[in-house]
Design a protein around this ligand. Structure first.
Ligand SMILES: Cc1cc2nc3c(=O)[nH]c(=O)nc-3n(C[C@H](O)[C@H](O)[C@H](O)COP(=O)(O)OP(=O)(O)OC[C@H]3O[C@@H](n4cnc5c(N)ncnc54)[C@H](O)[C@@H]3O)c2cc1C
Length: 536
């Protein structure tokens, strides 16, 4: 059984993905949105056409441009408007709102496309010498401001686009590992691995565009994390270029040789170095997959069932539980009658016998916890739409709806308090004359000790949707911190979560991060303004 390998075209500059997959809302969806949220497209700022964008002239000093051209070849230093606009930021709703409004003033001064590790190292040396900020750019799917081309103290910034690092370097079938270059996107990585009968099993919703290097740099977590693990847990070794030289980290499946320095690069978000390749644990392509949807009377019962499952040691591949509101809204959007209760999606992949055995054990646990089986069909529907859902956000923005997501994680003991607190914060911040927002939530990843909560918010955009979202995000972030939960389970820190980093790791923790940065990047050119809080 192969993993999805469909190819998508170049992503749109002001929307999620391939314009060929753009969707429009149906009349009844529009009607529902108008009635429930009081949203209307006419109330909302329109969309700027690409030819009407006003881009400031590229400010890259000529000696720096010439040195970069020498490092990677003149054809791979692109100062053209199209390239600069497509590297102006990531794919959060605020990113898209800014670009739709024609705000690309912060676009990088050039896009640099190295071919290999040595060229990446050469680019970093040039940028450090000439004082140019350098923003590593994988798929550009960051939703936390991670690829915003901030200049920091420097007059210019370049986006370091890793797309030319796109090779499967080696496969060790005996060890079950594969070495992949950082710029490989998931569909291409899976196609290369599939030819060897292998898979990574990493399936975030940004699957079509995100890259191996981006996953490592953000500690990404795919939807099948229960079975395949988080991305950081798949990493056996890493190679990274830094302004001070190369780091080759990891040489055995496990080691006691001091603190695990791989973990310094995992989640370093381009602030410490540029990951150029990773050796990853891979798995045989699954022989079988069993999909099963379950229903629970309410979210509390569903969460309790997932806790029992996670603590039983039985590991399905994918576990996800929507709350009552999300279950209801998803059914309406699919044009179906909404049943009461909460929907859980569970899948099992692997060898035929193993997948069947785990499925039976899962069913036993969930039945005992009060779950009812709904069969495979709701999962097939969810699976068919899961990589298309982000296109819906663009259609909602067009329809005058502010739609965004955020995520966090905590222990099972704190889960309900966290869900309530974040829901209250978002509802309080986004309730206005137009009505209350919709706040939907699901458990997206489970662990024996706790789970992550993923919130989807929809509200009338109004005249200043950016300002509305900023206030809502601030309220939600404060609520998360007050609950003692993590500010991010898998989206990373970027610019957006920086204000809560000190609460997350403590003052001394921030100092440690600064010390590492000062050692690896003494000029401070790597991805300024991300991850590490400003010195006060
Ligand atoms: C619609 C949508 C759905 C998403 N769903 C998920 C999900 O299910 N799970 C999940 O984990 N995330 C998800 N994300 C967030 C995002 O896809 C992840 O953070 C992903 O890991 C980013 O990969 P990328 O290649 O696009 O990195 P980019 O966005 O290009 O970069 C992210 C950060 O990493 C740095 N970086 C990139 N490449 C390198 C490198 N080689 N070396 C050093 N630093 C580097 C960048 O400078 C930046 O700080 C989603 C995003 C969107 C828009």
């Amino acid at each position: 059984m192969t993993q999805p390998t469909h190819r998508v075209g170049e992503a749109s500059w002001d929307a999620w993905g391939d314009p060929a997959h753009a969707v429009s809302l149906t009349e009844s969806q529009r009607d529902l949105i108008g009635r429930v949220l009081g949203a209307a497209p006419d109330d909302t700022p329109g969309r700027t056409a690409e030819p009407d964008l006003r881009l400031p002239p590229a400010a890259l000093p000529e000696p720096a441009r010439a040195a970069l051209a020498e490092a990677v070849g003149a054809a791979h230093v692109d100062t053209g408007a199209a390239a600069r606009v497509r590297h102006a930021g990531g794919k959060s709703t605020p990113d898209l709102l800014r670009r739709r409004a024609g705000d690309v003033a912060g676009a990088p001064d050039a896009v640099v496309l190295p071919a290999d590790h040595d060229e990446v190292a050469a680019v970093l040396a040039v940028c450090a010498e000439h004082g140019v900020a350098v923003v590593p750019f994988g798929g550009g799917t960051s939703v936390v401001g991670g690829v915003e081309p901030l200049r920091g103290a420097f007059p210019a910034a370049v986006a370091l686009d890793l797309r030319r690092l796109d090779r499967l370097v080696a496969v060790d079938g005996t060890a079950g590992t594969a070495t992949l270059q950082a710029g490989l996107r998931t569909p291409e990585a899976e196609e290369l691995l599939g030819a060897h009968g292998l898979t990574l099993g990493h399936q975030p919703q940004s699957y079509d565009y995100a890259t191996i290097g981006g996953y490592a740099a953000t500690r990404s977590c795919g939807q099948s994390s229960t079975g395949y693990g988080r991305f950081d847990d798949m990493v056996v070794s890493l190679r990274a270029a830094t302004p001070r030289g190369t780091l080759d980290l990891g040489r055995a499946p496990s080691s006691a040789a001091g603190p695990d320095l791989r973990r310094l690069l995992l989640g370093s978000e381009g602030a410490f170095g540029v990951i150029t390749e990773a050796t990853l644990r891979v798995r045989p392509l699954p022989e079988a997959r069993h999909d099963e949807a379950w229903t629970f009377p309410d979210f509390a019962a569903g969460a309790e069932a997932l806790r029992a499952l996670a603590q039983s040691g039985v590991r399905p591949t994918l576990v996800r539980l929507s709350d009552e509101q999300e279950t209801f809204v998803n059914a309406l959007l699919a044009g179906q009658e909404a049943a009461p209760g909460c929907l859980a999606v569970i899948t099992h992949e692997g060898g035929s016998e193993q997948a069947a055995a785990v499925r039976a054990l899962t069913a036993q646990t969930l039945r005992r916890a009060g779950g009812g089986e709904l069969g495979a069909e709701p999962v097939a529907r969810w699976r068919g739409d899961r990589y298309l859902a982000p296109y819906l956000r663009d259609a909602l923005l067009d329809a005058g709806v502010l739609a965004e997501t955020l995520e966090t994680a905590t222990t099972w003991s704190g889960l309900h308090r966290l869900r309530e607190a974040v829901t209250e914060a978002l509802t309080g911040a986004l309730t206005s004359g137009g009505g209350a927002p919709l706040v939907l939530c699901h458990v997206s990843h489970v662990y024996p000790e706790g789970a992550s909560l993923y919130f989807t918010v929809a509200a009338a955009a109004g005249r200043d949707p950016l300002d509305r979202w900023r206030a809502a995000k601030r309220a939600a972030g404060d609520a998360i911190a007050a609950c003692g939960a993590t500010i991010t389970h898998h989206h990373a820190v970027g610019t957006d979560h920086r204000p809560w980093m000190e609460a997350e790791v403590g003052t001394l923790g921030v100092e440690v991060l600064r010390a590492v940065k000062d050692t690896l990047d003494p000029a401070g050119v790597l991805n300024p303004g991300k991850l590490i809080p400003e010195r006060s």
